[in-house]
Design a protein around this ligand. Structure first.
Ligand code: SF4
Ligand code: SF4
Length: 315
């Protein structure tokens, strides 16, 4: 059984793959999990891989032809540097965290295999009142889909959350979330050919790159020089490499919306935005460039007057 998780930096897909791996380990199976994210930033597409089998796993590296794909956010579906559906076949099950129903996605994605979808983001919000917890929800949903029991799944969550410094209340919220996510995904298992975590790993096709190949003539190891502009535009502008052509706006899951009547033009957001996506208008109020804003929500969290609202992106 090969499972591939796709998410954005900060969504916890590495932890989700570990929760699944730990759950399978508690079921007495052999597991292997590994993430790939390099030196990426919050919001950048990342992937994590879990292999589960009854016998020793000698295969290593990226999973090119998964049995189950978990997509942590629908904004990744058409992201060229993520390509979450790469390597899909008619037997691949795809689980997508989205409010869009599976039938509509089936048509839109033209995937021959099975698609399941649920709004795990809302589920996480409703139970933990934060976005933290998507790893628990999707790790457990994957465990249910591959046929692991609730007890094994909860053991996987307990094992992984033991490494986090959570309050008792946050831990209990994660447990509740795990139970809800398991119930949701368990209902999907009654399909003609359920996934079976104990399946031996069949030979996999030669791994193909998950990330889009760098365009011809890409700068490679060229040094990136930062240019500093005058004080009114004091944030650094990355002016070489491929940044001007790279639209990090497509990484965004949540859009910050300025409520100008609440803004006192303190410039905190302008200074702290890690992408330099906030400029100042002629009255020196922040102006967000949504082509560049990657949705990290640093501005939302740091604004002293709570002048930003947020809106979920749907693509
Ligand atoms: S504008 Fe806000 S959400 Fe967008 S990249 Fe900058 S800090 Fe992050
Ligand atoms: S941090 Fe808040 S108050 Fe300050 S400029 Fe930005 S939006 Fe306005």
């Amino acid at each position: 059984m090969r499972v591939r998780f796709h998410g954005r930096g900060g969504q916890g897909m590495k932890t989700a793959s570990r929760i699944l791996g730990s759950a399978a380990f508690h079921a007495g199976l052999v597991v292997q999990d590994s993430p790939v994210y390099g030196a990426e930033r919050r919001g950048a597409p990342v992937a994590a891989f879990t292999r589960i089998a009854k016998a020793a796993i000698r295969e290593r590296g990226l999973i090119a032809a998964p049995d189950l794909i978990v997509v942590a956010d629908e904004t990744l579906l058409f992201e060229p540097t993520a390509m979450p559906l790469a390597g899909c076949s008619a037997r691949t099950v795809v689980l997508i965290n989205t409010a869009t129903d599976a039938a509509a996605l089936q048509e839109r994605l033209a995937h021959l295999g099975r698609i399941e979808s649920a709004d795990f983001t809302s589920l996480v919000f409703s139970i933990t009142h934060t976005l933290v917890g998507l790893s628990t929800a999707l790790g457990v949903a994957a465990a249910a889909l591959v046929g692991l029991s609730l007890e094994e799944s909860l053991a996987g969550v307990a094992e992984e959350l033991a490494h986090a410094t959570l309050s008792r209340a946050a831990y209990e919220a994660n447990e509740r979330l795990a139970q809800e996510a398991y119930a949701l995904a368990d209902a999907w298992r009654a399909v003609p050919e359920p996934l079976d975590a104990s399946l031996a790993l069949a030979a996999e096709a030669a791994p193909t790159a998950l990330l889009a190949a760098a365009p011809a003539g890409a700068p490679g190891t060229q040094l990136v020089e930062l240019r500093f502009e005058p004080p009114a535009r004091a944030t650094p502008t990355i002016c070489v490499a491929n940044t001007p052509e790279r639209s990090t706006g497509s990484w965004r899951q949540f859009r910050p919306l300025l409520q100008r009547d609440l803004c006192n033009a303190c410039w905190t957001c302008f200074v702290l935005c890690p992408e330099g996506a906030i400029a100042l208008d002629e009255h020196e109020f922040p102006l967000i460039d949504y082509e560049v804003c990657k949705g990290c929500l640093v501005c939302v969290h740091e604004c002293p007057t709570h002048a930003f609202a947020t809106e979920k992106e749907v693509r």
